[in-house]
Design a protein around this ligand. Structure first.
Ligand code: PBG
Length: 324
Protein backbone atom coordinates (compact mmCIF):
# COMPACT_ATOMS: atom_id res chain seq x y z
CA UNK A 1 0.00 0.00 0.00
CA UNK A 2 1.48 3.34 -1.02
CA UNK A 3 -1.23 5.39 0.60
CA UNK A 4 -1.89 4.77 4.27
CA UNK A 5 -4.02 7.72 5.48
CA UNK A 6 -3.70 6.42 9.04
CA UNK A 7 -0.01 7.53 9.09
CA UNK A 8 -1.26 11.11 9.38
CA UNK A 9 -3.38 10.19 12.38
CA UNK A 10 -0.75 8.30 14.38
CA UNK A 11 0.02 10.94 17.01
CA UNK A 12 -1.63 13.96 18.57
CA UNK A 13 1.20 16.16 17.27
CA UNK A 14 0.66 15.08 13.66
CA UNK A 15 -3.12 15.22 13.95
CA UNK A 16 -2.81 18.81 15.21
CA UNK A 17 -0.27 19.69 12.52
CA UNK A 18 -2.60 18.75 9.69
CA UNK A 19 -5.84 19.98 11.26
CA UNK A 20 -7.60 21.99 8.54
CA UNK A 21 -10.02 24.06 10.59
CA UNK A 22 -10.04 25.45 14.10
CA UNK A 23 -12.47 27.17 16.36
CA UNK A 24 -11.48 30.32 18.18
CA UNK A 25 -13.25 32.65 20.62
CA UNK A 26 -13.21 35.29 17.88
CA UNK A 27 -15.61 33.13 15.81
CA UNK A 28 -18.32 33.17 18.47
CA UNK A 29 -21.37 35.43 18.83
CA UNK A 30 -23.40 34.91 22.01
CA UNK A 31 -27.19 35.45 21.77
CA UNK A 32 -28.63 36.97 24.96
CA UNK A 33 -32.30 37.35 25.96
CA UNK A 34 -33.37 40.53 27.71
CA UNK A 35 -36.43 41.36 29.75
CA UNK A 36 -37.82 44.45 31.52
CA UNK A 37 -37.29 44.88 35.27
CA UNK A 38 -34.51 44.89 37.84
CA UNK A 39 -32.33 42.06 39.03
CA UNK A 40 -34.12 39.54 36.80
CA UNK A 41 -32.47 36.31 35.71
CA UNK A 42 -34.91 33.58 34.74
CA UNK A 43 -33.92 30.37 33.05
CA UNK A 44 -35.56 29.39 29.76
CA UNK A 45 -37.05 26.00 30.62
CA UNK A 46 -36.32 24.43 27.23
CA UNK A 47 -32.76 25.85 27.22
CA UNK A 48 -30.98 24.80 30.42
CA UNK A 49 -28.21 27.28 31.30
CA UNK A 50 -29.72 30.10 29.21
CA UNK A 51 -31.47 33.03 30.92
CA UNK A 52 -33.52 36.14 30.29
CA UNK A 53 -31.72 39.09 31.88
CA UNK A 54 -32.90 42.51 32.97
CA UNK A 55 -30.51 45.22 31.79
CA UNK A 56 -28.59 45.43 35.10
CA UNK A 57 -27.89 41.69 35.02
CA UNK A 58 -27.22 41.80 31.28
CA UNK A 59 -24.33 44.16 31.98
CA UNK A 60 -22.92 41.71 34.54
CA UNK A 61 -23.25 38.87 32.07
CA UNK A 62 -21.53 40.82 29.27
CA UNK A 63 -18.73 41.78 31.66
CA UNK A 64 -18.09 38.16 32.62
CA UNK A 65 -18.12 37.10 28.96
CA UNK A 66 -15.62 39.81 28.02
CA UNK A 67 -13.33 38.59 30.79
CA UNK A 68 -13.40 35.16 29.12
CA UNK A 69 -12.50 36.65 25.73
CA UNK A 70 -16.04 36.49 24.32
CA UNK A 71 -16.62 39.84 22.64
CA UNK A 72 -19.69 39.65 20.39
CA UNK A 73 -23.30 39.54 21.54
CA UNK A 74 -26.65 39.33 19.78
CA UNK A 75 -29.56 40.72 21.82
CA UNK A 76 -33.18 39.51 21.71
CA UNK A 77 -36.02 41.16 23.66
CA UNK A 78 -38.86 39.55 25.58
CA UNK A 79 -41.66 42.12 25.31
CA UNK A 80 -44.73 42.30 27.55
CA UNK A 81 -47.95 41.34 25.72
CA UNK A 82 -49.49 44.74 26.56
CA UNK A 83 -46.85 46.54 24.48
CA UNK A 84 -47.42 44.46 21.35
CA UNK A 85 -49.53 45.64 18.45
CA UNK A 86 -50.22 44.89 14.78
CA UNK A 87 -47.52 47.26 13.54
CA UNK A 88 -44.85 46.53 16.17
CA UNK A 89 -44.68 50.24 17.03
CA UNK A 90 -42.88 49.47 20.30
CA UNK A 91 -39.92 48.20 18.23
CA UNK A 92 -38.85 51.72 17.23
CA UNK A 93 -40.18 53.77 20.15
CA UNK A 94 -37.30 55.75 21.57
CA UNK A 95 -36.36 54.56 25.04
CA UNK A 96 -37.75 51.05 24.61
CA UNK A 97 -36.19 48.07 26.41
CA UNK A 98 -34.09 47.08 23.42
CA UNK A 99 -32.51 50.45 22.62
CA UNK A 100 -31.80 51.04 26.33
CA UNK A 101 -30.03 47.67 26.47
CA UNK A 102 -27.90 48.50 23.40
CA UNK A 103 -27.00 51.92 24.84
CA UNK A 104 -26.08 50.54 28.25
CA UNK A 105 -23.89 47.77 26.85
CA UNK A 106 -22.05 50.15 24.51
CA UNK A 107 -21.69 52.82 27.21
CA UNK A 108 -20.23 50.40 29.75
CA UNK A 109 -18.28 48.20 27.33
CA UNK A 110 -17.39 50.10 24.17
CA UNK A 111 -15.15 47.21 23.16
CA UNK A 112 -18.11 44.79 22.97
CA UNK A 113 -19.51 44.14 19.49
CA UNK A 114 -23.29 44.44 19.65
CA UNK A 115 -25.34 42.63 17.03
CA UNK A 116 -29.05 43.50 16.96
CA UNK A 117 -31.98 41.58 15.55
CA UNK A 118 -34.42 43.34 13.24
CA UNK A 119 -37.81 41.63 12.87
CA UNK A 120 -41.31 42.41 14.07
CA UNK A 121 -42.14 39.16 15.86
CA UNK A 122 -41.14 40.00 19.45
CA UNK A 123 -43.31 43.15 19.22
CA UNK A 124 -46.11 41.91 16.97
CA UNK A 125 -49.51 41.03 18.45
CA UNK A 126 -49.75 38.48 15.60
CA UNK A 127 -46.37 36.92 16.44
CA UNK A 128 -45.23 37.33 12.84
CA UNK A 129 -42.17 38.96 11.32
CA UNK A 130 -44.29 41.21 9.12
CA UNK A 131 -47.58 43.12 9.09
CA UNK A 132 -50.50 40.71 8.80
CA UNK A 133 -53.58 41.58 6.78
CA UNK A 134 -56.35 39.03 6.22
CA UNK A 135 -53.92 36.24 7.03
CA UNK A 136 -51.29 37.49 4.56
CA UNK A 137 -47.89 38.90 5.44
CA UNK A 138 -47.41 42.24 3.69
CA UNK A 139 -43.91 42.69 2.30
CA UNK A 140 -43.39 46.32 1.27
CA UNK A 141 -45.42 47.80 4.13
CA UNK A 142 -43.26 45.79 6.55
CA UNK A 143 -40.07 47.34 5.14
CA UNK A 144 -41.14 50.66 6.58
CA UNK A 145 -41.27 49.19 10.12
CA UNK A 146 -37.96 47.36 9.65
CA UNK A 147 -36.29 50.57 8.48
CA UNK A 148 -37.47 52.48 11.56
CA UNK A 149 -36.36 49.66 13.85
CA UNK A 150 -32.91 49.43 12.24
CA UNK A 151 -32.44 53.19 12.52
CA UNK A 152 -33.36 53.08 16.23
CA UNK A 153 -30.75 50.34 16.75
CA UNK A 154 -28.09 52.31 14.89
CA UNK A 155 -28.87 55.44 16.91
CA UNK A 156 -28.53 53.39 20.11
CA UNK A 157 -25.05 52.24 19.05
CA UNK A 158 -25.45 48.85 17.31
CA UNK A 159 -22.29 47.65 15.57
CA UNK A 160 -23.99 45.07 13.34
CA UNK A 161 -27.68 44.94 12.45
CA UNK A 162 -29.06 41.52 11.59
CA UNK A 163 -32.44 41.48 9.84
CA UNK A 164 -34.07 38.09 10.54
CA UNK A 165 -37.47 38.73 8.97
CA UNK A 166 -37.00 37.36 5.40
CA UNK A 167 -38.97 40.13 3.68
CA UNK A 168 -37.84 40.74 0.09
CA UNK A 169 -35.69 43.81 -0.46
CA UNK A 170 -35.02 44.57 3.19
CA UNK A 171 -31.23 44.67 3.00
CA UNK A 172 -31.20 47.37 0.33
CA UNK A 173 -34.02 49.25 2.06
CA UNK A 174 -32.27 49.26 5.45
CA UNK A 175 -28.84 50.03 3.93
CA UNK A 176 -30.32 53.09 2.25
CA UNK A 177 -31.94 54.38 5.45
CA UNK A 178 -28.77 53.85 7.48
CA UNK A 179 -26.61 55.61 4.90
CA UNK A 180 -29.00 58.56 4.54
CA UNK A 181 -28.84 59.06 8.29
CA UNK A 182 -25.07 58.94 8.45
CA UNK A 183 -24.70 55.36 9.70
CA UNK A 184 -22.48 54.20 6.85
CA UNK A 185 -20.26 52.34 9.35
CA UNK A 186 -23.02 50.13 10.76
CA UNK A 187 -22.79 46.63 9.25
CA UNK A 188 -25.58 44.40 7.99
CA UNK A 189 -25.54 40.68 8.75
CA UNK A 190 -28.36 39.32 6.66
CA UNK A 191 -30.29 36.22 7.66
CA UNK A 192 -29.87 35.20 4.03
CA UNK A 193 -31.04 31.61 4.02
CA UNK A 194 -33.42 31.34 6.94
CA UNK A 195 -35.55 28.23 6.79
CA UNK A 196 -39.06 27.65 8.15
CA UNK A 197 -37.74 25.36 10.85
CA UNK A 198 -39.03 23.38 13.82
CA UNK A 199 -35.77 24.14 15.61
CA UNK A 200 -36.81 27.67 16.65
CA UNK A 201 -39.28 26.33 19.26
CA UNK A 202 -37.25 27.02 22.43
CA UNK A 203 -36.39 30.56 21.22
CA UNK A 204 -40.07 31.33 20.79
CA UNK A 205 -40.61 30.07 24.37
CA UNK A 206 -37.84 32.40 25.56
CA UNK A 207 -39.40 35.45 23.96
CA UNK A 208 -43.06 34.48 23.93
CA UNK A 209 -42.95 35.29 20.21
CA UNK A 210 -44.60 32.29 18.55
CA UNK A 211 -47.08 33.08 15.72
CA UNK A 212 -50.62 33.40 17.12
CA UNK A 213 -51.95 31.86 13.91
CA UNK A 214 -50.52 30.25 10.78
CA UNK A 215 -46.84 29.56 10.18
CA UNK A 216 -43.88 31.38 8.62
CA UNK A 217 -43.74 29.41 5.38
CA UNK A 218 -44.64 32.32 3.07
CA UNK A 219 -41.48 34.16 4.07
CA UNK A 220 -38.99 31.68 5.56
CA UNK A 221 -37.52 29.14 3.13
CA UNK A 222 -38.63 25.59 2.42
CA UNK A 223 -36.19 23.14 4.11
CA UNK A 224 -36.20 21.09 0.90
CA UNK A 225 -34.50 23.81 -1.16
CA UNK A 226 -30.86 24.74 -1.68
CA UNK A 227 -30.74 26.49 -5.08
CA UNK A 228 -33.14 29.11 -3.72
CA UNK A 229 -30.47 30.03 -1.16
CA UNK A 230 -28.27 31.19 -4.04
CA UNK A 231 -30.98 33.61 -5.17
CA UNK A 232 -31.31 35.03 -1.66
CA UNK A 233 -27.52 35.33 -1.34
CA UNK A 234 -27.18 37.05 -4.71
CA UNK A 235 -29.81 39.63 -3.74
CA UNK A 236 -28.29 40.26 -0.31
CA UNK A 237 -24.81 40.70 -1.78
CA UNK A 238 -26.13 43.16 -4.38
CA UNK A 239 -28.16 45.04 -1.77
CA UNK A 240 -25.11 45.63 0.43
CA UNK A 241 -24.98 42.86 3.04
CA UNK A 242 -21.66 42.53 4.89
CA UNK A 243 -22.30 38.97 6.08
CA UNK A 244 -24.49 36.15 4.79
CA UNK A 245 -26.10 33.98 7.45
CA UNK A 246 -27.52 30.47 7.27
CA UNK A 247 -30.08 29.38 9.83
CA UNK A 248 -30.54 26.84 11.42
CA UNK A 249 -26.99 25.51 11.40
CA UNK A 250 -26.54 21.79 11.86
CA UNK A 251 -29.30 20.54 9.49
CA UNK A 252 -28.06 23.07 6.86
CA UNK A 253 -24.29 22.52 6.67
CA UNK A 254 -24.67 21.97 2.92
CA UNK A 255 -26.15 25.47 2.57
CA UNK A 256 -23.26 27.00 4.54
CA UNK A 257 -20.86 25.25 2.19
CA UNK A 258 -22.85 26.30 -0.87
CA UNK A 259 -22.76 29.98 0.08
CA UNK A 260 -19.11 29.82 1.16
CA UNK A 261 -18.17 28.29 -2.20
CA UNK A 262 -20.11 30.83 -4.23
CA UNK A 263 -19.72 34.15 -2.39
CA UNK A 264 -16.74 36.04 -1.05
CA UNK A 265 -18.62 37.64 1.85
CA UNK A 266 -18.06 36.14 5.32
CA UNK A 267 -20.56 33.42 6.20
CA UNK A 268 -22.33 33.22 9.55
CA UNK A 269 -24.07 30.13 10.90
CA UNK A 270 -26.84 30.28 13.51
CA UNK A 271 -26.70 27.23 15.77
CA UNK A 272 -30.30 27.77 16.90
CA UNK A 273 -32.20 27.19 20.13
CA UNK A 274 -33.54 23.75 19.18
CA UNK A 275 -30.06 22.52 18.32
CA UNK A 276 -28.89 23.71 21.74
CA UNK A 277 -31.86 22.04 23.47
CA UNK A 278 -31.17 18.75 21.67
CA UNK A 279 -27.58 18.43 22.85
CA UNK A 280 -28.39 19.61 26.37
CA UNK A 281 -31.22 17.10 26.72
CA UNK A 282 -29.07 14.24 25.48
CA UNK A 283 -26.18 15.27 27.74
CA UNK A 284 -28.45 15.58 30.79
CA UNK A 285 -29.67 12.06 30.16
CA UNK A 286 -26.13 10.80 29.85
CA UNK A 287 -26.77 9.79 26.25
CA UNK A 288 -24.03 11.94 24.73
CA UNK A 289 -20.69 13.23 25.94
CA UNK A 290 -21.50 16.93 26.34
CA UNK A 291 -18.10 18.49 25.68
CA UNK A 292 -17.30 16.33 22.66
CA UNK A 293 -20.70 16.61 21.01
CA UNK A 294 -20.78 20.40 21.42
CA UNK A 295 -17.23 20.93 20.19
CA UNK A 296 -17.76 18.61 17.22
CA UNK A 297 -20.92 20.53 16.30
CA UNK A 298 -19.22 23.93 16.50
CA UNK A 299 -16.20 22.76 14.53
CA UNK A 300 -18.48 21.42 11.80
CA UNK A 301 -19.66 24.99 11.08
CA UNK A 302 -16.05 26.09 10.58
CA UNK A 303 -15.38 23.10 8.30
CA UNK A 304 -18.47 23.91 6.22
CA UNK A 305 -17.18 27.44 5.72
CA UNK A 306 -18.66 29.68 8.42
CA UNK A 307 -16.42 32.20 10.16
CA UNK A 308 -19.02 33.62 12.54
CA UNK A 309 -21.04 31.22 14.68
CA UNK A 310 -24.05 32.41 16.65
CA UNK A 311 -24.38 29.88 19.43
CA UNK A 312 -25.86 29.59 22.92
CA UNK A 313 -22.80 27.45 23.78
CA UNK A 314 -20.45 30.45 23.36
CA UNK A 315 -19.91 31.19 27.02
CA UNK A 316 -19.77 27.64 28.32
CA UNK A 317 -17.09 26.52 25.88
CA UNK A 318 -14.83 29.28 27.21
CA UNK A 319 -15.84 28.98 30.84
CA UNK A 320 -15.33 25.24 30.90
CA UNK A 321 -12.02 25.51 29.08
CA UNK A 322 -13.19 23.43 26.11
CA UNK A 323 -11.64 25.88 23.65
CA UNK A 324 -7.98 25.19 24.23
C1 PBG B 1 -37.19 36.06 14.77
C2 PBG B 1 -36.06 35.15 15.06
C3 PBG B 1 -36.16 33.78 15.32
C4 PBG B 1 -34.87 33.36 15.67
C5 PBG B 1 -34.02 34.46 15.59
N1 PBG B 1 -34.76 35.57 15.19
C6 PBG B 1 -37.33 32.86 15.37
C7 PBG B 1 -38.28 32.80 14.28
O1 PBG B 1 -38.02 33.18 13.14
O2 PBG B 1 -39.41 32.36 14.56
C8 PBG B 1 -34.55 31.96 16.09
C9 PBG B 1 -33.33 31.77 16.91
C10 PBG B 1 -33.24 30.47 17.61
O3 PBG B 1 -34.10 29.56 17.47
O4 PBG B 1 -32.26 30.31 18.35
N2 PBG B 1 -37.26 36.72 13.61
Amino acid sequence: MLQRPRRNRKSAVIRDMIQETRLDASNLIFPLFIVEGKNQKTEVSSMPGIYRYSIDNLLREVESCLALGLKSFDLFPNIEEALKDKYATESYRSGNLYTRAIEEVKKNFPEACVVTDVAMDPYSSDGHDGIVESGRILNDETLDVLGKMALAHAQAGADIIAPSDMMDGRIGYIRNILDKNGFTEVSLMSYTAKYASAFYGPFRDALGSAPKHGDKKTYQMNPANSREALIEAQLDAEEGADFLMVKPGLPYLDIIKLLADNFDLPIAAYNVSGEYAMLKAAAQNGWLDEERSIMETLLSFRRAGATAILTYHSKEVLEKGWLK
